[in-house]
Design a protein around this ligand. Structure first.
Ligand SMILES: NC(=O)c1ccc[n+]([C@@H]2O[C@H](COP(=O)([O-])OP(=O)(O)OC[C@H]3O[C@@H](n4cnc5c(N)ncnc54)[C@H](OP(=O)(O)O)[C@@H]3O)[C@@H](O)[C@H]2O)c1
Length: 430
């Protein structure tokens, strides 16, 4: 038996436009496989005069998104506006009216998930978001369904395509961060204002959603230790290569004792490891679970077509005839978070110092008195005259608090000529 499903679409941009096209080209396939005929009953955009998908029915388009949510014939609302306002009010209103919602808006869910999932549970309708993390990769589905009865021990991911593209460029071409970012912007891989991506904030929002699914943990972006890739230089990329590593913006969530270690930062990971070969704008998630062991999902992490495919899969899942009650997602709980100074890792430290006698002794003394032991030390280049030099040092496993304190002390020494570069080395699982 075929069921008609009338959807209200909020947003006709990159993903919304691609969704309208996908629903048209895959209409027969969806009807055959899921017994579902999907109609875009209403669709909202902001700017009059832009060209819109030709397949939109006459009269479907409105510039008031609340009209879409309030249309009594709309069975399910798809939110593809992005941002918090007015998306938050629209999603809340749709859920309160017992209309299921599908969204790809990670920012909205990372910041207001609590309230929205509670509303969905109260109304007994689904709030789905496969498109919000890793574009078309079925990471949410895997954590929610396939691993529902397993116990996830850790997540390691490359969750942001822009930063991965920039770092891949720097690794291949050896250029600077600025040059690689400018190229990525020219090619459409980075926004004009790339702060959310290069600062690690986008990946932190996604990590919150994943941690909530994998660990039932109620966490917010401000709980995640977040550092961007802006300070990665060609010398760091070259040093990583010498160490048999590559630099990636790593998102990580894992239990350490009874506390959750949550971070997004540049990391040196093994060149032969599972995440190192994830190049360009791709995304990947490595899940370590008790029963299943290690599973890697990788592929295109963004783009209209693949995100629209994930959104469409959610629509089909929720709307198909006989779809059961949604799995509740709200059973999140507050969990202890690992204080950032308790993080344990090996550290790559690059000091910019005077090329003078006794300088090295000053560095090693600051580390030694905090029991940070040195695994390798290298003076990268000798310069003529009074030019500063780089001293690169790799520590054995140490506590973050001790390393940060040593670096702060070293950065105040009169022989230090620039801020010390610190990159964590994560080679255990990745
Ligand atoms: N693009 C990707 O690859 C990707 C991947 C994963 C997830 N996502 C997520 O998907 C969502 C949509 O992203 P996108 O790239 O499609 O964004 P986009 O291209 O900027 O499109 C946004 C759409 O929403 C409309 N809109 C914005 N504010 C509105 C308002 N107040 N009232 C009515 N319409 C409004 C815009 O109207 P106009 O057309 O008139 O400007 C546009 O059609 C975001 O949450 C994003 O994070 C995107």
């Amino acid at each position: 038996m075929t069921k008609d499903l009338k959807i209200g679409l909020l947003g006709l941009g990159t993903v919304g436009g691609a969704l309208v096209r996908l629903l048209l080209t895959r209409a027969e396939q969806i009807e055959r496989a899921a017994g579902l005929r999907i109609h875009v009953k209403r669709a909202a955009a902001r700017t009059a005069g832009k060209s819109r998908p030709a397949s939109l029915a006459a009269g479907a388009l409105t510039y008031d998104p609340f009209e879409v949510v309030r249309d009594p014939e709309v069975d399910l609302v798809v939110e593809l506006l992005g941002g918090i306002n007015p998306a938050r009010a629209l999603v809340r209103e749709a859920l309160a009216a017992k209309k299921p919602v599908v969204t790809a808006n990670k920012q909205l869910l990372a910041e207001h998930g609590e309230e929205l999932f509670a509303e969905a549970e109260r109304s007994g309708v689904a709030l789905r978001f496969e498109g919000a993390v890793c574009g078309g990769l079925p990471v949410i589905r895997t954590l929610r369904d396939a691993l529902a009865a397993d116990r996830v021990a850790s997540l390691h991911g490359i969750l942001n395509g822009t930063t991965n593209h920039v770092l891949s460029r720097m690794t291949e071409g050896g250029g600077s961060f600025g040059a690689a970012l400018a190229e990525a912007q020219a090619e459409g891989y980075a926004e004009a204002d790339p702060t959310l991506d290069v600062g690690g904030f986008d990946a932190a929002q996604k990590l919150c959603l994943l941690a909530r699914l994998a660990f039932g943990a109620r966490v917010r972006p401000q709980d995640v230790l977040t550092e961007g890739i802006e300070r990665i230089g060609p010398q760091d990329v070259a040093a990583a290569r010498e160490l048999g590593c590559v630099v990636k913006l790593l998102a990580l969530a894992r239990w350490v004792g009874g506390a959750l270690d949550l971070r997004v930062h540049p990391a040196m990971i093994r060149a032969g490891g599972p995440l190192a070969s994830v190049g360009g704008a791709s995304n990947a998630l490595l899940v370590e679970a008790e029963a299943l062991g290690s599973t890697l999902l990788s592929g295109p992490g963004a783009g209209g077509a693949c995100t629209a495919a994930a959104v469409a899969a959610d629509i089909v899942d929720v709307g198909r005839p006989g779809a059961g009650a949604p799995l509740p997602f709200t059973a999140g709980r507050d969990v202890p978070l690992l204080p950032h100074d308790q993080i344990a890792a090996s550290y790559y430290l690059r000091f910019t110092v005077d090329d003078a006698p006794g300088v090295l002794a000053g560095l090693t003394a600051a580390l030694g008195k905090r029991d940070i032991s040195i695994a390798a030390l290298h003076q990268r280049e000798r310069r003529e005259g009074r030019e500063p030099v780089s001293v690169v040092l790799l520590t054995h496993r140490a506590r973050e608090g001790a390393v940060q304190a040593a670096v702060a002390e070293i950065d105040k020494l009169p022989t230090t000529r620039g801020r010390t570069q610190l990159i964590r080395v994560e080679t255990e699982k990745v």
